[in-house]
Design a protein around this ligand. Structure first.
Ligand code: BMA
Length: 333
């Protein structure tokens, strides 16, 4: 049984079990797909072109989330949603209207470019949202909410360009911590994961290198953090995406790494093979073919269950399951 620390889990008032299906009979897969996939179709709300790369957490008696919705204009934005069981979702039809947490944030909001690939992290006393925002190009936006109704926006974490930001669920030492991937303004054909720290969630520094692509592999082009890191006695379990460049374009798969608990820029282990790659129709066919892109994980460490939410083919939202102990055993092996 894997063990966790209290900070890894947001407070809940109810005990809704996380979505789960046992490994299919006869399968030896370490990670398996939900038979209910895709759990969110591309057109679940009016004027949606696609709903994918989305983040969910336990909230109240059930679950809440922030969803990436590209609309029929192909404007990318984030919407709040609620669910009793983590599978059937009610997603707000209107995007989140972030309130400036500081009057100076209004300057960032004067011209909307996009909001996409959200993550949600319980940190100390509230849920923080990080996402790819636009301010003269993509960079990392940070905001917070107590109730998934009012959302407050802090200043951007970085200069452009950076398109993938994931907060740790507790301070490391005295500092808040963020994983990100500096990039270019487009569909970056490179990318490493870096670690940054902050005392106030506004000013970020002490940047450290974490994870590089691996030549001649499923993660040879770029790598990026996925869900909020999960604290275990073995280290931070980081589910991440890795990308290779085939003759037909990028292929996005999912792997995992273990990061040192107190110095998370030090990688203890990482999977040499992928844990999930685009192999079924809804991952291979869509607006962007061959993409599995994990953005959230729900964990029940007592039951040894890990449920990952991932976007498939930049079109729909899906679930995959694994036993935490088996992923950690693979990483330790
Ligand atoms: C990444 C991001 C993701 C997307 C992926 C595949 O760079 O833009 O939102 O899922 O590309 O298109």
């Amino acid at each position: 049984m894997a063990s966790a620390r209290a900070t890894a889990t947001p407070p809940t008032t109810g005990a809704a079990p996380i979505p789960w299906e046992d490994r299919p009979a006869g399968s030896s897969a370490l990670v398996w797909r939900s038979s209910r996939n895709p759990i969110i179709p591309r057109d679940a709300i009016p004027r949606a072109n696609s709903i994918f790369n989305s983040a969910v957490v336990r909230f109240g008696d059930g679950f809440a989330g922030v969803f990436r919705v590209d609309d029929t204009r192909r404007v990318m934005n984030v919407h709040a949603g609620r669910s009793a069981d983590g599978v059937a979702w009610e997603i707000q039809h209107d995007p989140i209207a972030f309130l400036p947490a500081d009057p100076r944030v209004r300057e960032l909001q004067e011209r909307f470019e996009h909001a996409y690939d959200p993550r949600v992290t319980w940190l100390e006393d509230r849920f923080y949202v990080s996402w790819c925002t636009g301010y003269h190009g993509p960079t990392i936006g940070i905001g917070w909410t107590h109730d998934f109704e009012a959302f407050h926006q802090l200043d951007n974490a970085f200069l452009p360009f950076n398109r993938n930001g994931v907060l740790f669920p507790r301070r490391i030492g005295d500092a808040y911590a963020l994983l990100s991937r500096p990039s270019d303004s487009g569909h970056t054909p490179f990318g490493d994961v870096f670690y940054s720290e902050s005392r106030d969630l506004v000013h970020w520094g002490r940047h450290r290198h974490v994870l590089a692509p691996v030549p001649l592999s499923w993660q040879s082009t770029k790598v990026g953090a996925g869900p909020t890191p999960i604290e275990t006695d073995d280290g931070w379990l980081l589910v991440y995406h890795g990308v290779l460049t085939s003759c037909n374009g990028f292929v996005y798969s999912m792997g995992a790494a273990l990061l040192d608990l107190e110095e998370p820029w030090r990688v203890v282990a990482r999977t040499s093979g992928y844990l999930l790659s685009p192999q079924v129709a809804y991952e291979q066919v869509g607006d962007v073919p061959n993409v599995v892109f994990p953005c959230a994980a729900l964990v029940d460490l007592d039951a040894d269950r890990l449920t990952v939410y991932y976007g498939a083919a930049d079109t729909v939202t899906c679930l995959a399951h694994a036993h935490v102990s088996e992923v950690l055993a693979l990483l330790r092996s």
